[in-house]
Design a protein around this ligand. Sequence first.
Ligand code: ADP
Ligand code: ADP
Length: 232
Amino acid sequence: MIELADISKTYRTGSASVEAIKHIDLSIGKGEIFGIIGHSGAGKSTLLRTVNLLEQPTTGTVKVGGVELTGLPAGRLQRERRRIGMIFQHFNLLAMATVRDNIAFPLKLAKLPKAAIRARVDELLQLVGLERHAEMYPAQLSGGQKQRVGIARALASNPDVLLCDEATSALDPQTTNAILSLLLDINKKLGITILLITHEMHVIRSICDRVAVIDGGEIVELGDVVDVFLKP
Ligand code: ADP
Ligand code: ADP
């Protein structure tokens, strides 16, 4: 579902340059929950953001669902991105919009008819357990509830892939577990492929099938979670 081949990214700021990720190859199957773990500055976020081309890699190719995204013209890329949802550490909700309108946002952009948007948002509210919060604003919600809105918005266009950027790092342990079990539930129910980055071992152990350990922009270990982390 996700194929990264020889991905590198060099950031240039003035005369300085940082090679954030170096020649990464990674192949993630349909329906997998794949985790990338590493210290701060290891290159996790850069790698994740190349998958939907929020970050343009300096070298290499990105394929999602068999379609090569690198090199697509802007309009076509925008359409392909609807197959890739994303959630964030700090939720990135629109403060001035209700829960319903936050979730509806990508559907409005895609110019769906109003009635279809309403029905789809109702479905999503139910999926994430926020039926009673539809008319509230983000400031009225707990962290866990905000992330539920983020998840519903990410799933609105029925994507094949969900990218999770430190999605539980701003949450307390109990809420983290609730969000992780929601992600697992969604993975089982919808067959969606999940790629997450985290600095927390617990997140990897609790829901990932496979894991890559990234350090200095390179994958230093990769395998089934049980083999990578539970070795004697
Ligand atoms: P992680 O997500 O593992 O913390 P990042 O991908 O954010 O790692 O960063 C990897 C490296 O790239 C770090 O050295 C970081 O300082 C650098 N970096 C990240 N984003 C930028 C940017 N926009 N401009 C310059 N350097 C960056
Ligand atoms: P909080 O930050 O308030 O702890 P949570 O993420 O734990 O937020 O969830 C908010 C509420 O939704 C909780 O009361 C929880 O019991 C409920 N809830 C959790 N998962 C589901 C679900 N899949 N469907 C419906 N309700 C749920």
